[in-house]
Each structure stands twice: as structure tokens, then as C-alpha cells.
Design a binder for this molecule. Structure first.
Ligand SMILES: [Zn+2]
Length: 486
């Protein structure tokens, strides 16, 4: 049994995930400042509102509110008829007002769920809430003229953030990673967020505790931060489960603390103690009126939702005949899914499975290692050409690679290399004859009852025709020829 397996047989992990997503809006949450801050000079995208100067008043960004309602709708959550804003009070230099405007008691979305595949089958996580809040500024510790200084950049201050909190339903690092991946896919699909972890548009935190199997009571939980990739989410949680089991097995106790993930050492490290929950002294935001969500408004937002990943996977299986695996692989990659959708429009649904094979087999392999592009209409043409027998499947793959790398039309590539499949019975018969003459041993083997020898002879004909022979015709011709002269 592996170490992880031994731990899992004695302890059950209880994991809740909190995800912050930066919403895709043109302006900030409560002011008109641009959200396009990538590469901007520090403190160049600020105004009195997002700097928290006295006497200013916030105004609500409608687009941000609609993104949270849309997310709520996509995760089957409920939205209250009226919601309000709350002040979350704490003091830190990156928070100029001394409070964040957030939603405490009445989140815009509550009691949702998200279902996704794992290696052990489908899994559903209940989502407690999704609410809207504003981001803080950013502290940078640097050296300036030989002195250690702390610099503050308020460009990020007031950016719209959605916080999504799960119930403690997750039990393994893999489930946590898959949940975060599915949520990221959902955000990208509905357009609420670009949700890139590398540039902080999506931040994942996990609350991890363990308890002996069979016990109801929760163990002491540890908050894990700084997981900068999906892989890190899975590994950090797996590490944390084993670390906590080791502590308890050694007669120690788990401390309530915040730990960070350190990628180079593949381990978590102590950041700070968390002796009790922070007291944020929430109270209703006096500068903003309650927000009324009319049924008409909610319905209009729901109507605008595109097809969601789960529905798309089902459609690929039921209407286009894809396997559950192919449907998942394609839907999980936004670019692959778009390519597939556009190509099916050209080729028709009859060739959907062949298109899917080319995308899962060739396209997804190529994009990992090379720069290139596929024209959906050209992909459809290629699959149709293979289907009609004008080029063989093997040659088809070569054509696909060349189109991906050079962007040349499929027809030009076929003409250039003389790739037309050889389906001329006379030409093939001649090639078969030559191969039989050159391989008398294999012919004798076949006649002695070794069926595998036929496969070798087919291979020789394919080789002699540079893969261009129609393989089915070669097989038929060979058998006919061998059996005839017996
Ligand atoms: Zn501003």
C-alpha cells in the first residue's frame, strides 16, 4: 500500500474550497477606473473612490452584478429578491478605506452545485455561496536606494471579484483540482472571467482537515494558500493530508494556521497562526441602497447564458455519437471545442466522430508542443477526403500536421506531395505481385497457416506505395491472390 493509501484507509480528509475570480468588466466595481491594468504604471488607474478618499460615494457596476447572477444561474444557485452590501472592516495598508465593500448575509447566489468527472466517476460539490466584493491594492517589498521599503500599488484596488465558497464536500486533492478546473471552464464559457491562475485572475484557497474514518466531528482545519496552478492545488492538498496524519500519528496535534504552498520543494510552509476567526465587524454599507433583483432581470440574464460545459458534453454524446471520454477531452479545452463545433458545421454530424479523433489524437498533441493553427473548414475537408477514400488515414495525419504548421490548404498539400490514395485495382495488383515475389518466406508462412504473415505482406505493400495504397483494397487483393494460387 502506498503512503497516501495507508493514510486514506485510516483518515478521511474534509476539504472546502474558496475561489476568487476577477470578473471581466470594463470598469472597476464601484468607480469608473479602467480594469485594463496589465503592464500599467503603478497607481495610474486610480481615482478618489478606489483610493478610499473621504467624502466620495461608490456606484455599483451593473456588469459585475450580472456576472455573479449568471454564475449563480449556471451552478443552479438561488438569488435573493433583494440583496445588500456589507462592510468588512479590517486594517491593512493595501486597503485604503479600512474596509472592503462585500456581501455577507445576502450573497447574490446561494446553495448551488457543480458536477464534474473524476478518475472515480462523476462527483458533485455543493456550493454554499457566490458573492461580489472589491479587490485590495498590492503591496510590494523592494529595495530602494539601499533601503528596504514597502511600496503600494492601488491599480488593483476596487477591481470586481467574485468569491465562490463550497461546502466541505471534497475528500481528495484530485476532486479539489477537478472542481477548480470545471469552475474555470464554466467561468470562461459564460465569459464572466478569463480565470487564468498564472496572472491572479483566479485564486484558489483550500481549508483542509482530517478525521479518523467513521467520526462525524471535524478535525482542526488548516488554510492553504498560494497554489499557483491546478497541479499545485492537487499536490498541496495531498501533501497537507499526509502532513496532518503524520502529526496525529506521532502523538501531536494539528494547529489552526494558514500555510502556503512552495512549488520548488513541493511542500506547505507555515505563514501565520490563526487562533480564532477574524472579527470583521460586518455592518450594512450605508452608502449603497439594497439591490433589487427582479424576476425579469434574472430571466434575461439566464436567457443570455451560452451552452454550459455539462450540457455540451451530453450533446456531443447523444447527438454526435462521441464517447464520454472524447466528449470530455474536447469540451474541457475551449479552443478544441470551438474548432470541433465549427468543423462539424461544415462536415455535417455524420463525420463528427472522425473529426473528434483528429482533434483528440492530433490537434491536442500538436498544440502542446508547437505553434500552429487549424482552419475548421480545412479540417472538415480533410476528414471528408479520408472518408471518401481519396487519401489513407495514415497520410491524412501527415496532411493535418502540415496544415497545422504551414496553414496551407489541404488540397495544396495533397497536390504538392502527390498524396492521392491509390485505389486503382490494376496498380495495386502489380504492387501486390512485386511484394509476393520479393517475400517468398512470408508467402510460405501464410500458406502453412500463419495468419500474421498476411499482415506483414500488407505492410510491405503499404511501404512500397509510401502509405498511399488503399489499405482495405490491398488486404482484399492479397488474400484473393494468395488463396487463388493454393
Ligand atoms: Zn477608481
Amino acid at each position: 500500500m502506498t503512503v497516501a493509501g495507508a493514510v486514506a484507509s485510516r483518515y478521511e480528509a474534509v476539504i472546502g474550497i474558496e475561489i476568487h475570480c476577477q470578473l471581466k468588466t470594463v470598469s472597476k466595481m464601484f468607480c469608473g477606473c479602467s480594469t485594463d491594468i496589465d503592464g500599467a504604471a503603478p497607481n495610474s488607474h486610480c481615482c478618489p473612490v478606489c483610493l478610499g478618499l473621504p467624502g466620495v460615494l461608490p456606484t455599483i457596476n451593473k456588469a459585475a452584478v450580472e456576472w455573479v447572477i449568471a454564475t449563480g444561474s449556471a451552478i443552479e444557485a438561488t438569488t435573493p429578491a433583494a440583496t445588500r452590501w456589507d462592510r468588512k472592516n479590517y486594517f491593512y495598508p493595501d486597503l485604503p478605506k479600512g474596509y472592503q465593500i462585500s456581501q455577507y448575509q445576502l450573497p447574490l447566489a446561494a446553495n448551488g452545485r457543480l458536477t464534474f468527472d473524476t478518475s472515480e466517476g462523476p462527483f458533485t460539490v455543493r456550493i454554499r455561496r457566490a458573492h461580489l466584493e472589491e479587490d485590495t491594492g498590492r503591496l510590494q517589498h523592494a529595495e530602494l536606494d539601499g533601503r528596504r521599503v514597502s511600496l503600494i500599488d492601488y491599480n488593483r484596488s476596487g477591481m470586481p471579484l467574485m468569491e465562490i465558497v463550497t461546502e466541505p464536500d471534497i475528500r481528495t486533492g484530485e476532486q479539489a483540482r477537478r472542481y477548480a478546473e470545471e469552475l474555470r471552464l464554466l467561468m470562461k464559457t459564460i465569459g464572466a472571467s478569463d480565470a487564468e491562475m498564472e496572472n491572479g485572475q483566479m485564486r484558489v484557497e483550500a481549508n483542509v482537515s482530517i478525521r479518523p474514518r467513521g467520526r462525524e466531528e471535524f478535525g482542526t482545519r488548516v488554510e492553504v494558500k498560494n497554489m499557483n496552478s491546478m497541479k499545485a492545488v492537487e499536490r498541496a492538498i495531498a501533501f497537507e493530508i499526509e502532513r496532518q496524519a503524520g502529526l496525529i500519528d506521532g502523538g501531536g496535534a494539528v494547529q489552526m494556521e494558514t500555510r502556503g504552498w512552495d512549488d520548488p520543494s513541493q511542500s506547505t510552509y507555515h505563514m501565520r497562526l490563526k487562533e480564532e476567526e477574524n472579527d470583521y465587524r460586518y455592518f450594512p454599507e450605508p452608502d449603497l441602497p439594497p439591490l433589487i433583483t427582479t424576476p425579469e432581470w434574472l430571466a434575461a440574464i439566464k436567457t443570455r447564458l451560452p451552452e454550459l460545459p455539462a450540457a455540451r458534453r451530453t450533446r456531443y454524446q447523444t447527438e454526435l455519437g462521441l464517447s464520454p471520454y472524447d466528449a470530455s477531452v474536447i469540451v474541457n479545452d475551449a479552443d478544441a471545442s470551438t474548432l470541433f463545433e465549427d468543423a462539424v458545421k461544415t462536415s455535417g454530424s455524420g463525420l463528427a466522430k472522425s473529426l473528434a479523433n483528429m482533434i483528440t489524437g492530433e490537434y491536442l498533441r500538436l498544440v502542446k508542443t508547437a505553434e500552429g493553427h487549424v482552419d475548421p473548414a480545412e479540417l472538415a475537408k480533410l476528414v471528408l477526403t479520408i472518408d471518401q477514400g481519396a487519401v489513407s488515414a495514415t497520410v491524412g495525419k501527415n496532411i493535418f500536421v502540415e496544415h497545422f504548421e504551414s496553414g496551407q490548404p489541404v488540397t495544396s498539400i495533397i497536390e504538392k506531395h502527390g498524396y492521392r490514395q491509390i485505389s486503382d485495382a490494376g496498380v495495386l495488383a502489380k504492387a501486390v505481385e512485386q511484394v509476393l515475389e520479393a517475400n517468398p518466406a512470408a508467402v510460405a508462412d501464410y500458406r502453412a497457416g500463419k495468419a500474421a504473415a498476411a499482415g506483414f505482406l500488407v505492410g510491405q505493400v503499404m511501404k512500397a506505395t509510401r502509405g498511399q495504397a488503399n489499405a482495405a483494397m490491398v488486404q482484399a487483393a492479397l488474400r484473393e491472390r494468395l488463396d487463388r494460387s493454393e
